[in-house]
Write a protein that binds this ligand. Structure first.
Ligand SMILES: Cc1cc2nc3c(=O)[nH]c(=O)nc-3n(C[C@H](O)[C@H](O)[C@H](O)COP(=O)(O)O)c2cc1C
Length: 231
């Protein structure tokens, strides 16, 4: 084999390996680094990575990125130049570009006033508006992929005010596929309830719930990570 043939072989081989890599993007829409939402997303990442070295997991915290929601610049709807990836360039653009090519997407948010956080909502505007056609109201993402939605809240399965990912769920479901859901209910919002004006919560009851459910919630996140990576 000539030297140039060996080089070509090596290049082809590395290109092949790259195309065999599975990329999962995890987007954390919560402000707290190590708390409930972040822990579930971390376990999801661990599950996905446990499947093998051909799984790349990219975790991004929206609160670390300085960006805006949809600016209504309409660049994604320009005649002859319409795009299903947001054309407005700012610090969010690299993430939106990566998601367009990903093999799986995980979105996590605490529930604030019944909805996802403002940061998550602003991100979803930028993600989904370019998918939406104003010609026929169809929704087309650059690529369909498995989606997992993670949310945490004070509410319980029986009594909560969560609207989940709201109207954006319709966009995600139509453009990417039916999402799987992981919900952490009745989370501990603080470590020491006595230090705060949180009189409607009992620290004891919170800890009883946590002891009974949290490990299970983390395990579900881990299993969902494995499942997405294996898909
Ligand atoms: C601004 C704010 C609003 C909240 N609104 C709700 C709510 O409407 N319903 C609910 O069940 N929990 C609500 N919570 C509680 C959080 O959703 C819950 O503590 C969540 O697990 C926090 O996630 P984290 O630990 O990852 O930060 C709210 C918390 C904050 C700070």
């Amino acid at each position: 084999m000539h030297a140039y043939q060996i080089v070509a072989y090596i290049l082809n081989d590395s290109e092949q390996k790259q195309s065999d890599m599975k990329k999962i993007v995890i987007v954390d829409g919560g402000p707290r680094r190590d708390m409930n939402t972040a822990q579930l997303l971390q376990r999801f990442a661990e599950g996905a990575k446990s499947v093998g070295e051909d799984v790349e997991v990219k975790s991004v915290r929206l609160y670390d990125i300085d960006y805006k929601g949809c600016m209504s610049c309409m660049a994604c709807k320009l005649k002859g130049k319409a795009s299903n990836i947001c054309r407005f360039r700012d610090a969010l653009s690299p993430l939106l570009d990566e998601i367009a090519e990903a093999d799986g997407l995980v979105l996590g948010s605490p529930i604030y006033f019944g909805e996802v956080t403002g940061k998550m909502r602003a991100f979803l505007e930028r993600l989904a508006f370019p998918w939406l056609s104003y010609n026929d109201y169809s929704l087309t993402a650059p690529k369909r992929m498995p989606v997992v939605l993670v949310e945490t809240m004070n509410g319980t399965p029986e009594r909560n005010n969560s609207n989940h990912f709201g109207t954006m769920e319709w966009c995600l479901t139509t453009a990417l596929g039916e999402p799987e859901r992981i919900i952490g209910y009745n989370t501990c919002q603080v470590a020491k309830y006595d230090n705060y004006e949180l009189g409607s919560f009992s620290e004891e009851a919170k800890h009883v719930w946590r002891d009974a459910h949290w490990e299970e919630d983390l395990q579900r996140a881990y299993d969902a990570g494995r499942k997405m990576a294996e898909q």
